[in-house]
Design a protein around this ligand. Structure first.
Ligand code: ATP
Ligand code: ASP
Ligand code: MG
Length: 335
């Protein structure tokens, strides 16, 4: 085992990812790299406008994000989460954490004043440095996070399929020159709804427990849903069948760009799952209380990783290329 001196990562772990370059900060870009960066920036702007328009036109309220909170996503026991460090500080004598996702805020907001909501939510997840070259991980990213009361998976599928199909169809018409510069004009295909749905258990049987995510991403030519993925307590689990009513959206040759679920809202199940996962109950006191009082509604929602979605559209090797100020795990720049 050799150690990569700059990143303190075992070299063996990096060999597969070696071809991916770490995106450079703005001030180090060459003229052609600036041109590429500007094209990706225009596609990001177009994507933000298209998606927010779709949600607003369907009656969603646009909420402003929260950055510090006592309660945030536990990211546990999801085996996909590889967090090196959690940031916790005291303010006004109380501990708060930097936002890893606004899932808890969404559950409370959708159950009260905002039955259909979305947020462009900055998330901080200090991913392990060894994820520098996955090309899919950055330590600050933005989710278009949304939630709907009295809804289920089918409602989310229909909404997202409409949003993505409209976006790509319009992009191919309006952003031809940018897509050409990025060599995506021909390879980016406008998807057709409805997207196919796969069960994670079947994919594991086909590709193996470790390889199913890479396997499905490589084999598909259209976006697909993957359901039934064991993870955090707030996703709905049928205790009788053991199946999870949750979903990821996978893009061809790229991988996951969205995760979401129908949610738990019943007091007994929430408490049982929090205890089962050994998650700190005191950090989730409010939703436990609201569930006990019957004030938590059945909701469903998801979060779209904006850098990943635009990364797929632009065909980048590393999604930090979609950030003006790259946040590559293990790398801290002045800006
Ligand atoms: P992965 O398994 O790829 O590490 P995840 O499943 O742990 O990701 P989620 O907790 O599902 O991530 O987060 C919701 C969405 O936010 C993801 O579908 C993805 O689009 C985006 N996302 C999550 N982590 C990152 C990250 N480190 N960098 C960029 N986007 C991310
Ligand atoms: N945004 C995701 C969801 O809605 C949660 C996450 O970020 O992990 O389920
Ligand atoms: Mg996920």
């Amino acid at each position: 085992l050799r150690w990569c001196t700059t990143k303190h990562i075992p070299v063996t772990k990096m060999t597969k990812q070696e071809t991916i370059q770490i995106p450079k900060p703005l001030e180090q870009l060459t003229a052609s790299e600036i041109e590429r960066k500007a094209c990706i920036g225009k596609i990001m702007t177009y994507t933000l406008r298209s998606l927010t328009n779709t949600y607003i036109n369907k009656g969603f309220q646009w909420l402003l994000p929260v950055a510090l909170s006592q309660s945030t996503d536990p990211l546990w026991p999801d085996p996909g989460a590889s967090i090196e460090k959690r940031i916790e500080v005291d303010i006004y004598g109380k501990p708060v954490r930097t936002m890893s996702s606004m899932i808890i805020h969404k559950l409370v907001a959708a159950s009260t004043a905002y039955p259909k909501l979305f947020i462009l939510s900055p998330n901080i997840r200090i991913e392990k440095g060894e994820r520098a070259k996955t090309g899919k991980h950055i330590y600050e990213f933005t989710q278009l996070d949304f939630e709907m009361a009295d809804s289920g998976s089918k409602d989310v599928f229909a909404l997202v399929e409409d949003a993505i199909c409209t976006l790509v169809k319009d992009l191919k018409k309006d952003m031809k020159s940018e897509l050409t510069t990025l060599c995506r004009c021909d390879t980016l295909k406008a998807p057709k709804a409805p997207f196919k749905i796969y069960d994670r258990a079947d994919l594991e049987a086909k590709y193996g427990a470790e390889g199913w995510e890479a396997g499905i991403a490589k084999d598909i030519t259209e976006p697909v849903w993957v359901t039934n993925i064991p993870r955090e307590f707030y996703d709905y689990e049928d205790f009788k069948t053991g199946k999870w009513d949750n979903y990821d959206l996978f893009m061809p040759q790229f991988g996951e760009v969205l995760s979401g679920a129908k949610r738990e809202y019943e007091y007994k199940k929430i408490v049982e799952k929090i205890e089962r996962d050994q998650v700190k109950k005191e950090n989730y006191a409010l939703i436990i209380k609201m569930a006990k009082e019957g004030r938590l509604k059945p909701t469903a929602g998801a979060g779209i990783g904006m850098e990943r979605l635009v990364g797929w559209i632009a065909g980048v090797k590393h999604i930090a290329e979609c950030q003006p100020f790259p946040r590559v795990p293990g790398n801290v720049n002045e800006l």
